[in-house]
Design a protein. Structure first.
Length: 430
């Protein structure tokens, strides 16, 4: 069973990602609404300023001089054109001032000849700049329906060499309508783009979260396998020490103790037997040292370690033939996996196959390095490698190590009887 990695972390990260996206969406929507209000209002005021400037130059200016001079036709035409604008509901009032602030013409006849107070906008228009703004309290006392504010526009008007100012008031409803339309368009683009981005990002985030969970699960399984293998190797070394060197040394100690107690002579055959036991014990200890601390994971270290398998005393009646061909430089991880596989397979053959001969061969084949271990023993059981006595876990780990390193393993019968195992690993690190 895999290590219990925190499966909820990717889910929490995904939830946080979606929540953050929604939060950003709300912020963007709020900012878009505020900015659209400002942009739309400014756009509406600019349009009102442009409309007033054209109305002043094209409609009022050609008729105003005659109207002020008492030309009845000009006055009648001017009033008629202004009245058309008043009746369509957009224009509320028109006032024409001279440079002194006296009203020369107005749709409100009571203002003609008076001098209502003027402000900064009047001065700027007199200096040649068209000014538009929303006025809550117009100087002329004009108000929209229900006391609503008006859009007030001042624009310069030149007449017979005299600088005048035309002031026009518009219904604020038109500005509100245009502002609402522009706001909808801006918000639709901004928020719609964010929503579309979220719709694209969420499936990608979900896919990434699932991939992270799979990788975490795979890492957990790999950690479990490493721990299990380490524990198994420690148990194997302990068992090998107990069944080999410990027993041999115990026998030597028993023999020496018996000789001392009986006062017997050390006959040559006794000395030979003791020397053989001590030599076998040293060889076994060297093998265990290699298992506990493998040599450098390079080509030469791999060659020496594989060749050392031929002297394994685990099955003294079994001949071990080792043939390591010319190999290119191997990635350290590849050499380490190859060495572990060779040690595992040879150890299994010596201990469990009942073989008279074990052959180990290492060759570079194309872009792979192949380790082949075959014996003339009992062969694979019909039930599969997982039930091979005492060695089934090791074989399975060989298969899994090769797969994790990007290689493959082939287990089968050796022609003529026995077992043949091929482990192939890539020559380059992947």
């Amino acid at each position: 069973m895999g290590t219990a990695w925190p499966a909820s972390s990717p889910r929490r990260a995904l939830t946080a990602f979606v929540a953050l996206g929604l939060g950003v969406l709300v912020v963007v929507a709020t900012v878009a609404v505020v900015l659209s209000e400002v942009i739309a209002r400014r756009s509406a005021l600019d349009e009102a300023a442009g409309t007033t400037d054209r109305f002043s130059r094209l409609t009022v200016a050609p008729l105003l001089e005659g109207a002020l001079a008492g030309v009845a036709a000009d006055r009648e035409n001017l009033d008629r054109l202004v009245d058309i604008r008043l009746r369509d509901g957009t224009l509320v009032s028109v006032v024409v001032w001279d440079a002194d602030g006296t009203v020369l013409y107005s749709t409100d006849q009571s203002l003609v000849g008076t001098r209502p107070p003027t402000g900064e906008e009047f001065a700027r228009a007199l200096a040649g700049t068209t000014v538009a703004d929303v006025d809550e309290d117009p100087e002329t006392g004009q108000h929209g329906a229900g006391g609503a504010p008006l859009v007030e526009v001042y624009t310069p008007l030149a007449l017979a060499g005299e600088d005048l100012v035309l002031e026009a008031y518009y219904s604020y409803g038109g500005v509100e309508a245009q502002t609402s339309l522009l706001r909808q368009q801006i918000v639709l683009v901004a928020v719609g783009g964010m929503v579309l981005l979220q719709l694209v990002q969420i499936p990608v985030a979900v896919s990434m979260a699932r991939r992270i969970r799979r990788e975490e699960h795979a890492r957990g399984e790999l950690a479990d396998r490493v721990l299990a293998e380490s524990d198994r190797e420690r148990r194997n070394i302990a068992a090998d020490l107990h069944d080999g060197p410990v027993q041999e040394l115990a026998g030597v100690a028993y023999t020496l103790s018996a000789l001392r107690m009986t006062g017997g002579d050390l006959r040559p055959e006794v000395l030979d037997r003791l020397g053989t036991s001590v030599g076998d014990t040293l060889a076994e200890l060297r093998r265990l040292m290699v298992e506990a601390h493998p040599p450098d994971a390079d080509v030469e270290g791999l060659r020496h370690a594989v060749e050392a398998l031929a002297t394994d005393p685990a099955a003294p009646g079994t001949a071990v033939a080792v043939d390591v061909g010319d190999l290119p430089e191997l990635p350290p991880a590849t050499a380490a996996v190859l060495l572990r596989a060779a040690r595992e397979l040879v150890g299994n053959a010596l201990r469990h196959a009942g073989a008279d001969r074990v052959e180990v061969r290492v060759r570079a084949v194309g872009d792979e390095v192949h380790l082949t271990v075959q014996d003339d023993g009992v062969g694979l059981p019909a039930s599969g490698v997982d039930r091979r006595a005492e060695g089934h876990l090791g074989l399975r780990l060989v298969v899994e190590r090769a797969r994790d390193a990007g290689g493959w393993t082939e287990l089968g019968e050796r022609p003529g009887g026995g077992t043949r195992v091929v482990v192939a690993l890539p020559l380059t690190a992947g």
